[in-house]
Design a protein around this ligand. Sequence first.
Ligand code: ADP
Ligand code: MG
Length: 257
Amino acid sequence: MRVNPIEVNDLSASYGAGTALDHVSWRAGSGEFWAVVGPNGSGKTTLLKTLLGLLPAAAGEIALFGTPTGRFGDWHRIGYLPQFSGIASPRFPATVREVVGMERLAAKRFPRWLGPADATAVTDSLARLGIADLAARRIGELSGGQRQRVLLARALVNRPPLLLLDEPTLALDPDSRNAFYELLAEMNRRDGVTIVLVTHDSATAGNYASHLLYLDRKVVFSGSFSDFCSSPEMTSRFGAFAQHTICHQHDRAGGAP
Ligand code: ADP
Ligand code: MG
């Protein structure tokens, strides 16, 4: 039996007085593609940061690949694309190859320098995202779509079995956005990568993801899209929004109306 990449039990988190996550329990199984949706300020980014240990939990437990986060050390098994990255700033001085290479360095304990295997991994990751030709360019001079591909190449350079993405397509035009989602879908299908995608784009979420986590500080819904779309309580709670945007994949597939 394969162990769940993510298990969260009764997790609460806060910034000072305000509660950002309120007794959240959730698990993501191996190979699942989760869309995480919810209004602004509903705790989506906080959840990812808490998973990654960037923010302490006020209460509750988190296990990654079956290991409680306090003892977890295999961070290279998790690729993370943050909502806002300083590396995406126009003034960031590094080249594409350096930006992606840094993530190889981060995965090392000893020796902490880059060798030929790392160079190959960087080249492979760039090629995989169709940006081999950008390797020597400075990241600051790239377009939004190119930059986002570089950040994804970086998140993927260690071939992580778990990928956490926080609104990765906000800055992308519709064409780049679709290409980006296609790429995620392919990694999910072909390589079995578990994906957690925070997005405002619920229509797209319905097209690509297998599971839905609806957060509003608390868990409003957690489960498969088919359960969401076949549950009268859920569809009445979310009304036209759920029927017309989130559930349309099932309409098109000839499933529930
Ligand atoms: P989402 O990603 O769903 O938009 P966040 O997880 O960023 O929501 O935020 C959840 C709540 O925590 C919001 O009320 C937000 O204002 C608050 N919050 C987020 N980051 C900080 C911070 N660094 N300091 C104080 N409050 C924060
Ligand atoms: Mg956010």
